[in-house]
Design a binder for this molecule. Structure first.
Ligand SMILES: Cc1cc2nc3c(=O)[nH]c(=O)nc-3n(C[C@H](O)[C@H](O)[C@H](O)COP(=O)(O)OP(=O)(O)OC[C@H]3O[C@@H](n4cnc5c(N)ncnc54)[C@H](O)[C@@H]3O)c2cc1C
Length: 524
């Protein structure tokens, strides 16, 4: 089979960026392998349709084990299976996290990842419609813009937030993250913009770049302590592809640790249970799984023009005709960051709010106009794990998040519910709010609210940290993203975050792709 210098497994938020950037050097032969297809269906392009991708054939549809602190509920995690990865399925909010995240990573040993060191890479990746500034880039591959047709209800939502004491913030990725306002989104002229658009499409024109789509990577072959290539299944055929220099795993926080463990890199006892020969005994592989618990409060409203009207023929014509109207909405149009308690270095709660009913990952509908006030616990501390279900590479992993294992997480979430209730009642929002649907009137006391959270909390779709940067004692990769104990093997995706950033995780995953490319290219 053909040989390549670098093989990148997974064309998602990070992998597409890394492979694209590496291929800018004509002397490097790059292979990008992606289990999903290259086609970009209409419901990927239309921002407001993101949840319609869930549980379809472009979704890995990961399900957790019964969660110990959520009454044994099994939690569904959508994960995109297509070129672009979750950048083609996500809610498009562009947030980098808090400067404290990166400074904390660097302080704990992730040399090179401090905020001052990563800011130039965020800027390099970005083409922000507001133009270049201290905090933003204007000529990178990733289009970022303000919402094209903000919903009339957004101003009322923001009024409610401001009336409870939160300040307006025009740029959460600027000098301060704190406060509320409109989210910038990964759109170009009203349409979703993915890492496939920004990085793979230009790379595909280069002679030194090859993409294999619809190609499931079954395993990484390790010989004498070095990763030498990958086994792939595509269209029923199995092939081997050799990497002359490196294999990089960018398969996301569930599938990257799976591929590591299948290659014999992981907790020795667990690998032996599945009949896998141990190459490196590293108990940290698959550990430290983090996400942000999300509880979405919903309210009925008298306001007109909510997304309940988005599926009308009029809106489809508006969208198809000029990328205008309700379908350009990413649903979570406004929100921001606040502290649920004093003394924290960064705000621990993110509000994600929009002019739509959003419940059970969007699977439930409501027959009257409604809006959502989502609470994403970005300061969450609870950790879980990813383990193998079997040695079959096509089997789903066994994931447990342990949300609310830390009691402080539940206290913060209940405080958050008190906050959204105040918001719904305040300012211009109070005047158009008619009924609380969730948590609902039955959840009166803090104990009721807690029970309601355990029954209905989901997550913000941000699984991370399962192959974290750290020492051999507490991590899986070093700060240059090289897997401890194996040569020629790196990880570059949301798995490597040492801790989950305070905010959405697409931009940080893009950062990982950019930084990995920079570090690899610097090695010559
Ligand atoms: C519904 C949803 C909403 C979200 N909303 C936001 C948001 O608004 N803002 C934000 O910043 N973040 C959001 N996120 C999170 C963000 O999109 C992810 O954190 C980010 O995309 C993760 O990037 P990644 O590179 O780690 O993994 P991914 O983007 O998941 O990429 C992994 C890729 O690897 C491929 N792959 C996996 N296993 C194999 C294999 N064995 N062989 C070949 N290919 C394989 C997958 O198909 C996928 O394409 C959301 C995510 C989802 C799902």
């Amino acid at each position: 089979m053909a040989n390549f210098d670098y093989i990148v497994v997974g064309a998602g938020s990070a992998g597409a960026v890394l492979a694209g950037r590496l291929s800018e050097d004509p002397n490097r032969k790059v292979l990008l392998v992606e289990a999903g297809a290259r086609r970009k269906p209409l419901n990927v392009r239309i921002p407001a349709a993101f949840a319609s991708q869930f549980k379809t054939k472009i979704d890995w549809a990961v399900h957790t084990e019964p969660e110990p602190h959520l009454d044994g509920r099994i939690i569904y995690h959508p994960r995109a299976k297509l070129v672009g990865g979750c950048s083609a399925m996500n809610a498009m909010i562009y947030i980098r996290g808090n400067a404290e995240d990166y400074d904390g990573w660097a302080k704990d040993g992730a040399t090179g990842w401090s905020y001052d060191e990563v800011l130039p890479l965020f800027k390099r990746s970005e083409c922000n419609s507001r133009g270049a500034s201290t905090f933003h880039g204007a000529d990178g591959p990733l289009h970022i813009e303000d919402p094209r047709n903000p919903n009339p209800l957004d101003e009322a939502l923001l009024e409610g937030m401001v009336a409870t004491g939160l300040a307006r913030n025009p740029d959460f990725n600027g000098a301060s993250q704190e406060g509320v306002g409109y989210y910038q989104v990964t759109h170009r002229k009203g349409e979703r913009w993915t890492t496939a658009d920004g990085y793979v499409r230009p790379a595909a024109k280069r002679a030194n770049f090859t993409i294999l789509a619809g190609a499931h990577v079954l395993g990484v072959r390790v010989r004498d302590g070095r990763a030498v290539g990958i086994e792939v299944e595509q269209g029923g055929r199995r092939t081997f592809h050799r990497a002359e220099r490196e294999v990089v795993l960018s398969a996301g926080a569930f599938n990257t640790p799976q591929l590591l463990m299948l290659a014999g890199i992981g907790p020795a006892d667990h690998l032996r249970e599945h009949g896998i020969d141990v190459v490196v005994d590293n108990p940290n592989v698959g550990q430290n799984l983090m996400d942000h618990p999300l509880y979405v409060a919903n309210y009925e409203t008298t306001a007109a023009g909510t997304l309940a009207e988005a599926e009308s023929p009029v809106q489809l014509v508006k969208y198809l005709g000029g990328r205008r109207g309700l379908l350009t909405s990413n649903v979570g149009e406004v929100g921001g960051f606040f502290h649920t308690r004093p003394g924290l270095a960064a705000p621990d709660m993110q509000l994600i709010s929009g002019p739509a009913y959003f419940w059970d990952n969007g699977f439930q509908t409501h027959d009257k106009p409604a809006y959502a006030l989502g609470l994403s616990l970005v300061g969450s501390q609870s950790k879980g794990s990813v383990r193998l279900r079997s040695s079959d590479p096509k089997a789903q992993v066994r994931a447990t998040f342990n949300y609310f294992a830390e009691t402080a997480d539940m206290d913060a979430m209940v405080n958050g519910i008190e906050m959204v209730r105040a918001i719904a009642d305040s300012g211009g929002l109070g005047r158009v709010t008619t009924k609380e649907l969730h948590p609902g009137p039955a959840a009166r006391t803090r104990a009721d609210a807690e029970a309601e959270i355990r029954r209905n909390v989901i997550h913000t779709y941000h699984p991370s940290c399962t192959a974290r940067i750290g020492s051999e004692a507490d991590g899986v990769v070093d700060p240059e993203l090289r897997v401890h104990g194996v040569a020629g093997l790196r990880v570059a995706d949301a798995s490597v975050f040492p801790t989950i950033p305070h905010g959405n995780t697409h931009a940080p995953a893009v950062l990982v792709g950019e930084k990995a490319a920079e570090m690899i290219r610097a090695e010559g």
